[in-house]
Write a protein that binds this ligand. Structure first.
Ligand SMILES: C[S@@+](CC[C@H](N)C(=O)[O-])C[C@H]1O[C@@H](n2cnc3c(N)ncnc32)[C@H](O)[C@@H]1O
Length: 280
């Protein structure tokens, strides 16, 4: 990829996530509860401990950075980063609301980190690596800023076939709005195949690497509209261009699709995520 092409792609990613920031900010607390099951194994994989200096990449509206700030305590510090200022502003707002004073916030692409070599004990990245055109460069940057022996842990979605939320959103978009599920650069499951993370960590220069499989079945309230950020993620500016009627049709179809998974008062989802762990 040429430099011009990389810069164009980065701008496109920035624009896309800026458009979605409002929806993510609105749903932040609700999603934090839903995605709690992702944090614990990710934080354990990066071996984050009290007193640590931790770097979180693609922090979005705050997780896992906020949870780690509570863990590292007053002697430690979490640096939350993101490519998109409007997303990171949500993280900063929520840190204030939670009274966290051991955090700092830096808008930066993960492929070009403005931090010194060997300056962190651990690096984490939850659901961000699949959105950079060069995950190997991001891995190399994570390794560069880690002290020797420190760990980086990258969590990504596993294959689409194992994640009911992606099967549903793609099906509904296709059936209701005629949208091809495979179009666009935002394919959240693109690093989901076994071995993909190991290859990236090896290319990034880590001295050891490993991959973990994470499967669980969250029970969600189908009436809570929890899928809206995901819908916004897939549709981008097209969502804003839709009429109220079209949006309502999509909403109804999403609600119905989750109704089909209802078990008692909750819908039961299947989730497969993967964690790549690199040791510097
Ligand atoms: C799915 S959100 C994940 C946010 C948060 N970590 C979470 O799990 O809720 C993906 C985030 O990646 C950010 N992002 C995309 N490309 C990036 C890049 N090249 N460098 C840093 N952040 C990036 C987006 O702005 C967005 O906030």
């Amino acid at each position: 990829m040429t430099q011009d092409e990389a810069a164009r792609q980065q701008q496109e990613t920035r624009d896309n996530w800026s458009l979605r920031a409002g929806e993510w900010n609105q749903q932040a607390d609700h999603m934090a509860r839903l995605a709690k099951g992702l944090n614990e194994p990710l934080i354990a994989a990066a071996a984050v401990a009290p007193g640590h200096q931790v770097l979180d990449l693609a922090s979005g509206v705050g997780e896992p950075a906020l949870t780690m700030a509570k863990l590292v305590g007053g002697q430690g510090r979490v640096t939350a980063t993101d490519l998109v200022a409007k997303m990171l502003a949500g993280a900063e707002r929520r840190a204030g609301e939670q009274g966290l004073t051991n955090m700092r916030f830096q808008v930066t692409p993960m492929e070009d980190l403005p931090f010194a070599d060997d300056s962190f004990d651990a690096v984490t990245c939850r659901l961000g690596l699949m959105y950079t055109p060069s995950p190997e460069t991001a891995a190399a940057q994570a390794r560069r800023v880690l002290r020797t022996g420190g760990r980086a842990a990258f969590l990504v979605w596993g294959p689409k076939a194992d994640n009911s939320q992606f099967i549903i959103v793609d099906r509904v978009l296709h059936e209701v709005a005629g949208i091809d599920p495979h179009e666009g650069a935002f394919t959240p499951t693109r690093l989901g195949d076994e071995g993909a993370l190991n290859r990236i960590l090896q290319a990034g220069g880590f001295s050891a690497w490993d991959e973990q499989t994470l499967r669980f079945s969250p029970r969600v309230d189908p009436d809570s509209n929890f899928w809206r950020p995901q819908l916004a993620l897939r549709l981008g500016d097209r969502l804003g261009a839709m009429s109220d009627e079209e949006r309502q049709r999509l909403d109804d179809a999403m609600r119905q699709a989750y109704e089909d998974l209802r078990d008692g008062d909750r819908a039961q989802l299947q989730v497969h995520a993967r964690i790549g762990i690199g040791t510097a």
